[in-house]
Design a protein around this ligand. Structure first.
Ligand code: SF4
Length: 195
């Protein structure tokens, strides 16, 4: 089940996006922006994947740059469903991006031919996810995606101490990550992009 917004300036690497929100997530990030979308239970205002495809076909690509799939955690959706959404968007002339924890690297790999930009939220397990282990799988996903198609979102300043940040940076070096300098302490969320 999905929700939809036709116009967003904040849910893509740049430009304007239409966003399909994939409902359902097992994690418990304390800063979750979309807690109402964590449930897997059907709700009256939910959309099916066919509804999403219909909405994508209705997009005028002169007005919208990206089709974004966010969540919830989109990787908990059936992979063929995700492929259908992204391939429909590409056939309509849109660029595609996914916002994800990267918790299922096998699905990330299957999406490489369908997704132009992967926005992976690298969380430390047991710190941000209530005991679910996601850290190593996220790192594996980061290692799978070509660096020119990858954005890693790492920082919540209320939580990440300098020591934690150093530990995360060491882990990212382990997957051949190169850090782009950012002012990590200037905002509540820092974005690190590939060098
Ligand atoms: S993974 Fe995303 S949707 Fe799930 S709890 Fe964390 S921020 Fe919310």
């Amino acid at each position: 089940m999905y929700r939809w917004i036709p116009f967003s300036l904040v849910d893509s690497p740049n430009g304007i996006a239409a966003v399909a929100f994939a409902k359902g997530c097992y994690f418990s990030c304390f800063y979750c922006h979309n807690p109402s979308l964590k449930t897997f239970e059907p709700e009256e205002e939910d959309l099916t994947v066919d509804d999403i495809v219909t909405r994508i076909y209705a997009i005028n690509p002169k007005n919208i740059d990206w089709l974004t799939v966010s969540g919830g955690e989109p990787l908990f959706k059936d992979i063929d469903e995700l492929k259908m959404i992204f391939s429909t968007a590409k056939s309509c002339g849109l660029k595609t991006t996914i916002y994800t924890t990267g918790c299922l690297p096998n699905k990330i790999e299957k999406l490489l031919d369908y997704v132009d930009s992967f926005h992976i939220d690298y969380k430390l397990d047991k710190v941000m996810t209530d005991g679910h282990t996601v850290d190593n799988r996220t790192l594996e996903s980061i290692g799978i995606v070509p660096k020119d198609r990858l954005i890693v979102n790492t920082v919540v300043t209320e939580l990440h101490t300098p020591d934690l940040l150093k530990a995360m940076e060491r882990n990212l070096e382990g997957v051949n990550w190169k850090k782009t300098p950012v002012n990590l302490l200037s905002s509540s969320t820092g974005i690190a992009a590939p060098a």
